[in-house]
Design a binder for this molecule. Structure first.
Ligand code: ADP
Ligand code: ZN
Length: 747
C-alpha cells in the first residue's frame, strides 16, 4: 500500500504530493496526519494523507516509509480535503496552507495533548495590566510578548506558551517575580465560556413572519436542495429565533449545522442562548479560546459529539459531517474576510460547502451588504425572507438628528448636543441606562500644532498618532504598529507650544460624561479595556446587572447585545467614517448608525436615539436615521452603477511591501504586465494604477500597489487568472505579494 502525502511546509516548491510506503502494521486512512521522513539526512516532518493506492508511480524500492500516524482518527474528512483543494486553486495558495485552515494551529506538531500540566495564569487586570503592557513594550520585549498572549488567553499551559512563543522562556520568570503571572498545577477540563450547566429553555411560539421564513428554509432542507436565503430583518425582529428553529430542524433530521457570527457578537449572551436550547451538542469556536479549549472543541466536533457549531469566521471549516444547514448572521460584516493568507471569504467557502452538502445557506442581516441585496433582488440568486417588525418592542425608537454645526453656532462647544445632554439627564434621573458610541479608542484622533498645522505622525507608518490618556501621563500611540511616545511639549516642527488634540475617542467621552454628569457611573468598552480574555463579558455583565448607568464604547457595543434597560443610545460622531476615501463609506456609515440605533428600546418604551452629525443631509445618514434600508439600497445602487463600482465592477489589487525601490519596481513591472494582458484580451479597464499605495509606509516598510478596476462585463476567468499570475510573479525581495479580488481595503 502507498500513500500520497502533502507535507506541512507552506512553500510552493513542495506544493505537490509525495509518495510514501505504508508499513504493513499501520492502519491508515485518507485524511490521517502522519509523520514522515523528509529531505536529505534524518529530516522528519508532518504531512497529510490525501490518497491511498496499491501502486506507486516511481521506483518502489526507493520509496520511503511513513513512520507513524499523528492521531488515531483521520484529522480531515474527505469533504474537507476536496474543500482544501478548491481553496488552494481559487485563492492561489498551497495545499498545506489551505489544509492548515481546517485544524487548530496548536494541533500541528502535537502541542496540545497533555492533561496534567503547569498552567500560567494572568494575575493582574484593568489599568494595572495596561500600564505593564505599555512599560514592557518599551523595556522588555519578551515579557511583553508573553503578556500580550496571556491577555488573549488569560490562562495557558506553560508548555503551550513555550511552544507558541519562544520568548516566553526568558519572559515568563520575571513576570512571575512581578506577581503578574502565577503558575498552578492542574488537570484541565477545557470548556469554553465555563462549564455552567445551561438550563434548557423552550422555543417561543414563532410569529407569522418568523414561521414563514422557517418553513421556507425547512422546505429546502427537506428537499435537499442547495439554496440560498437572505433573511432581512431589523434588529430585534427575531432573526436569531429563526436560525434556532431551522437549526433545530436540522438536528431532528440527524444532521449538523454551523452558524457564523462576527467575532464581536459572539457574546456569552449569544452562546448561552444556544446552549440553553441545544445543550452539550453545541461547540463554540472563537479567537479567545485557549489552545486547549480550541483543540477540545475541535475534537468534539470531529467525533460527532457536537453537532451545532457556533463560531467566528474560521468555524466555516468546522469538521462537521452531514451538514444540514449553514447560517451567517450579520452577513454584511467585514470580519468574514480573512486578512491573512489565504485571504478567503467565509461567505464564499460557505457557498461551496453548502453546494456539496446540498444544504441551504441562510445569510441574515438588518443591513445586508449592497452586493448581497443586489445578488438577491437583481440577480435572483437568493430567496428573500423578511421580518419587517420588531418583537415585543413597541415599534422603532425615535431618532433625533443633531446638526453639530448648528450646535457650534449656538455656542455649544461640548461634545454633547443639547438634545443628547437633556436626554442623558432625563435617563439618569429615571435610573434607565445609556449607551454612547464612538468609533475610536483612545482620547483624541490626532494631535496638531495650531501654529504651523503640523500633525504628529508615526515615523514608521503613514498615519497620525492617536492621543491616549495614561495613568502616568498622556502618550501618543500608532494604531498600526503600536509605537508609543510621550506627548511632546512643543511642536516638533516649529517648536512652538500650540499643540492641541482634535477629534474624540472613547476615553474622552468617558471623561466628559463623568465631568458633565457627576452622578453617572460609567463603563468603557474598547480594545484597551478588553485585552484580557474575560474582560469583555465582565464589563457587559456589570452593565447588565445595573452597576453602571452609561456604557461608552466602540463598535464592540454596537452588535448583538440586548439590554432591556437601555432606553437611550447616542451616536457621538455619525459621519466619522463617511469621508473615508472608499466606495463603501456610505454603506458602512449606514450600517453603523442603523446597528447602533437598534440597541435602544424595550418592551413598552421604544427609546430614543441621538445621532450627532455634521452632515445631516447626507442620504446615508438621513436614511439610517429613518431606519430605511430599502431606501438606502435604492439610492446607493444607482450611485454604484453611475460611478461603476461593485457590483457593477470588480477591483483587483496587488500589494508589494518592503524596501522602497523594490516595492516600486515590483508594482511598476506588474502594472505594465497587466496593461499588456488587458490589451491582448482587448479589454479597457475602468482604472489601472500602480505606484505607492495611499498608505505609503507602514511599520517602516514601503507599500506599493497595483489597483485595477474592471467593468463587471469584462470579468472572465481566463483574464483574471492571467492578471493574477502577472501580479503574483512580482515580489519585493523575498516577501510575497498580496493579490486580492474585491480587496477589503484599498489602502
Ligand atoms: P434579532 O436576532 O433579529 O435581533 P432576536 O431573535 O434576538 O432578534 O429576538 C429579539 C428578542 O425577541 C429576543 O429577546 C427574543 O428572545 C425575543 N423573541 C424572538 N422571537 C420571539 C417570539 N416569537 N416570541 C417571543 N419572543 C421572541
Ligand atoms: Zn506606526
Amino acid at each position: 500500500m502507498y500513500a500520497k502525502v502533502i507535507v506541512d511546509i507552506a512553500h510552493s516548491s513542495v506544493d505537490r504530493v509525495f509518495e510514501y510506503a505504508v508499513p504493513k502494521d499501520l492502519s491508515i486512512q485518507i485524511g490521517h496526519r502522519v509523520v514522515v521522513p523528509f529531505g536529505r539526512g534524518n529530516g522528519v516532518i508532518e504531512g497529510y494523507v490525501t490518497e491511498l493506492s496499491e501502486s506507486c508511480s516511481f521506483d518502489c524500492h526507493k520509496v520511503k516509509s511513513i513512520f507513524r500516524t499523528a492521531d488515531d482518527v483521520p484529522a480531515f474528512t474527505k469533504e474537507q480535503l476536496s474543500l482544501a483543494e478548491r481553496i488552494a486553486k481559487e485563492y492561489h495558495c498551497t495545499m498545506s496552507e489551505s489544509l492548515r485552515l481546517m485544524i487548530p494551529a496548536q494541533m500541528r506538531g502535537q502541542r496540545v495533548s497533555e492533561k496534567q500540566i503547569n498552567i500560567a495564569n494572568l494575575m493582574i487586570e484593568g489599568e494595572e495590566l495596561s500600564e505593564l503592557l505599555d512599560y514592557t513594550a518599551r523595556r522588555a520585549k519578551s515579557q511583553h510578548t508573553v503578556l500580550e498572549l496571556l491577555c488573549q488567553v488569560k490562562t495557558i499551559p506553560v508548555s503551550d506558551l513555550h511552544a507558541i512563543c519562544p520568548q516566553s522562556k526568558s519572559g515568563l520568570t520575571p513576570l512571575i517575580k512581578r506577581g503578574a503571572v502565577a503558575i498552578t498545577k492542574q488537570s484541565v477540563r477545557r470548556l469554553p465560556f465555563g462549564a455552567e450547566d445551561a438550563r434548557r429553555t423552550q422555543a417561543p411560539v414563532l410569529t407569522e413572519d418568523q414561521q414563514k421564513a422557517v418553513d421556507r428554509v425547512k422546505d429546502a432542507m427537506d428537499g435537499e436542495r442547495q439554496k440560498e436565503f437572505l433573511l432581512h430583518g431589523i434588529t430585534g425582529s427575531g432573526k436569531t429565533e429563526v436560525y434556532l428553529a431551522a437549526i433545530g430542524h436540522a438536528l431532528s433530521k440527524g444532521k449538523s449545522a454551523i452558524m457564523l457570527v462576527p467575532e464581536i457578537s459572539l457574546t456569552p449572551q449569544m452562546v448561552s442562548r444556544f446552549r440553553s436550547r441545544f445543550g452539550d451538542t453545541v461547540a463554540v469556536i472563537h479567537s479567545q479560546l485557549s489552545a486547549g479549549e480550541r483543540y477540545d472543541e475541535w475534537r468534539r466536533i470531529r467525533q460527532g459529539e457536537a453537532k451545532v457549531v457556533i463560531g467566528a469566521r474560521s468555524a466555516v471549516f468546522a469538521p462537521v459531517e452531514n451538514l444540514g444547514l449553514l447560517v451567517i448572521d450579520e452577513e454584511h460584516e467585514q470580519s468574514y474576510r480573512s486578512e491573512i493568507r489565504p485571504r478567503y471569504d467565509a461567505k464564499v467557502i460557505a457557498r461551496w460547502r453548502c453546494s456539496s452538502a446540498k444544504a441551504p445557506l441562510v445569510l441574515g442581516s438588518a443591513t445586508p451588504s449592497v452586493t448581497t441585496y443586489f445578488r438577491c433582488k437583481e440577480r435572483g440568486r437568493m430567496e428573500l425572507l423578511s421580518l419587517p417588525k420588531r418583537i415585543g418592542k413597541s415599534g422603532l425608537p425615535t431618532v433625533h438628528t443633531c446638526d453639530m454645526r448648528e450646535e457650534l453656532l449656538m455656542g455649544n462647544r461640548s461634545i454633547f448636543s443639547g438634545k443628547l445632554a437633556e436626554l442623558i439627564r432625563d435617563r439618569l434621573s429615571r435610573n434607565e441606562q445609556i449607551m454612547l458610541f464612538i468609533n475610536l479608542r483612545g482620547y483624541a484622533k490626532f494631535m496638531m500644532c495650531r501654529g504651523c498645522g503640523h500633525v504628529i505622525k508615526c515615523p514608521h507608518c503613514d498615519v497620525s498618532y492617536t492621543y491616549h490618556r495614561g495613568k502616568y501621563g498622556d502618550y501618543l500611540r500608532c494604531h498600526y504598529c503600536g509605537d508609543t511616545i510621550a506627548v511632546p511639549d512643543v511642536c516638533p516642527s516649529c517648536g512652538k507650544k500650540y499643540l492641541k488634540h482634535f477629534g474624540i475617542g472613547t476615553q474622552q467621552v468617558e471623561e466628559l460624561v463623568k465631568e458633565q454628569f457627576p452622578s453617572a457611573r460609567v463603563l468603557r468598552m474598547d480594545h484597551d479595556t478588553t485585552r484580557q480574555k474575560d474582560a469583555h463579558s465582565k464589563i457587559l455583565k456589570k452593565f447588565e446587572r445595573g452597576e453602571a448607568d452609561v456604557l461608552v464604547g466602540t463598535q464592540m457595543i454596537a452588535k448583538g447585545l440586548d439590554f432591556p434597560n437601555v432606553t437611550l443610545v447616542g451616536v457621538m460622531a455619525a459621519d466619522s467614517a463617511l469621508y473615508f476615501p472608499d466606495y463603501r463609506s456610505p454603506e458602512r456609515t449606514f450600517q453603523l448608525i442603523t446597528q447602533v440605533a437598534g440597541r435602544a428600546g424595550r418592551a413598552g418604551s421604544p427609546g430614543d436615539v441621538v445621532v450627532q452629525t455634521y452632515n445631516p443631509e447626507h442620504f446615508a445618514v438621513e436614511l439610517a436615521c429613518r431606519q430605511d434600508y430599502i431606501g438606502f439600497y435604492k439610492e446607493e445602487i444607482v450611485n454604484r452603477r453611475i460611478a461603476q463600482f461593485p457590483p457593477y465592477a470588480l477591483f483587483m489589487r496587488a500589494l508589494y511591501t518592503g524596501e522602497e525601490a523594490e516595492a516600486r519596481k515590483a508594482s511598476r513591472t506588474a502594472g505594465k504586465g497587466c496593461e499588456e494582458v488587458l490589451t491582448r484580451h482587448g479589454v479597457v479597464p475602468l482604472e489601472l494604477k500602480f505606484g505607492p499605495a495611499p498608505m505609503a509606509k507602514r511599520g517602516d516598510e514601503a507599500r506599493c500597489h497595483v489597483l485595477l478596476k474592471l467593468s463587471a462585463k469584462d470579468v472572465k476567468r481566463p483574464l483574471i487568472e492571467e492578471l493574477y499570475a502577472v501580479m503574483e510573479s512580482q515580489s519585493c525581495g523575498d516577501k510575497r505579494s498580496v493579490v486580492e479580488l474585491d480587496p477589503l481595503s484599498m489602502f
